[in-house]
Design a protein around this ligand. Structure first.
Ligand code: UP5
Ligand code: MG
Length: 199
């Protein structure tokens, strides 16, 4: 049977910018499957018998970016499994990836020609707003990186490593920027307008 080539939107933005929140709303309204690289890594960390548990744990606490070999395999498997279960599910929101050059190279070498990146959905908001949202969530999230110390590192990594990737896509005319500092519904109204046009 003819299988569709996966259509991908990369979802990027600072820690706590609202990537996961907006992706959940997109899934409710459009035919996309949400794959959060961070969620996949946390699940792998928790998986019994994983050889990467320790490594992932320490990278996440330090706000560092896990070597792409691990992340790309988790993403590829998740995409394949989704498409095997339902052929209609070939549209993906890949949330929180690619975060650095290593990620981008890994994606290119494994997925180039096998998936089509439509654009990057960029949730833009200040570091201050990002930090406040994560600290607020940290009261109940149980995430090991929602504390001030980890957050400073996450912001540094975002500025040093991820912004240049967004900039690269920007130069190719592939970034759609949404002001993520507003409330959830206001942000989603912009997301909707975008997806209705070119989703
Ligand atoms: N909230 C959301 N939207 C709001 C709004 N408009 N107004 C007010 N509040 C809003 O939201 C964060 C919090 O803010 C929530 O409490 C929410 O209710 C509220 P969320 O939607 O969860 O934001 P998100 O951008 O998804 O934040 P997240 O913390 O998930 O972003 P990160 O990019 O930091 O985390 P991620 O899980 O992607 O990565 C974690 C770590 O994994 C990385 O630091 C890294 O160590 C590792 N990682 C890799 O190594 N490689 C990868 O490819 C991916 C991750
Ligand atoms: Mg998230």
């Amino acid at each position: 049977p003819l299988t569709m080539k996966p259509q991908v939107i990369f979802v990027l933005g600072g820690p706590g910018a609202g990537k996961g929140t907006q992706c959940a709303k997109i899934v409710e309204n459009y035919g996309y499957t949400h794959l959060s690289a961070g969620d996949l890594l946390r699940a792998e960390r928790a998986r019994e018998g994983s050889e990467f548990g320790q490594l992932i744990d320490s990278y996440i606490k330090d706000g560092k970016i896990v070597p792409v070999e691990i992340t790309i395999n988790l993403l590829r498997k998740a995409m394949e499994e989704t498409m095997q279960l339902d052929q209609e599910k070939f549209r993906f929101l890949i949330d929180g990836f690619p975060r650095n050059q290593d990620n981008l190279q890994g994606w290119t070498s494994v997925m180039e020609g096998k998936a089509n990146v439509k654009f990057v959905l960029f949730f833009d908001c200040s570091d201050q707003v990002c930090i406040e949202r994560c600290l607020e969530r940290g009261k109940s999230s149980g995430r090991t990186d929602d504390n001030r110390e980890s957050l400073e590192k996450r912001i540094q990594t975002y500025l040093q490593s991820t912004r240049p990737i967004i900039e690269l896509y920007q130069q190719q005319g592939k970034v759609r920027t949404v002001d993520a500092s507003r409330n959830v519904d206001e942000v989603f109204a912009d997301v909707k307008a975008l997806l209705d046009k070119e989703g």
